[in-house]
Design a protein around this ligand. Sequence first.
Ligand code: 1GP
Length: 236
Amino acid sequence: MKKADNFFKKNSKGLLVLIDPDKFNPETILNTNTSDVAAYLVGGSVLKKGVTETVLKALKTLSSKPVFIFPGDETQLAKPAHGILFPILISGRNADYLIGKHVLMAPQLDVLKLPVIPMAYILLSGGKRSATERVSNTLPLAMAPLTELQHTVRAAYYLGYRLLYLEAGSGAKNSIPAKVIQCVRRIWPHPLIVGGGIRNKSKIKAAFHAGADWVVIGTALEKNPMFVKKLLPLNM
Ligand code: 1GP
């Protein structure tokens, strides 16, 4: 499990494929078995009970890449994963997503004994109301002006977080612009994940060039399981 613990600490970059277990398509996994895809994230805002475990088991048979649960809530924890991204929604002011859900998950984490990776999670306005916004009942931060975002990122740093996920929301109309990623990169010295609304090669490359270490692809692959295969080689 050392590998999973250190996964987001390494000075490396790659694509992360987000699997919504309710929309799981094995074809997606077979078509993302490339060195540019570093790991799978499994989770969603609201899921049918037990579906996460079923999908994790299926994933294990299809791929040897690391798999991290990215839980939307306490019902999405299960054993067959390499680790758990433990997100705290610091862009919002809903106590459930700042501590309440974590309290509900803690006893399950004690039992699962998987590596748990604390992650500051910032939702930005991606041009349409996202599932994260709706389910968490929080408002996203604006992409301009950037002051609130900058202060939030620095707060995450001083709170001791060492992994940050900048999120425009699944299926976002507008992905996070390079200048916003660059601005965060300048003030965030640790691994940075960027996702939401990234649907083509130029946006992936722009996110990496702006300073993202990890770029998340979800909806584009749900719509076209060949998406990653078609954009290779990525030459990040
Ligand atoms: C959502 O950032 C991810 O958490 C992925 O977004 O589905 O728009 O690729 P997309």
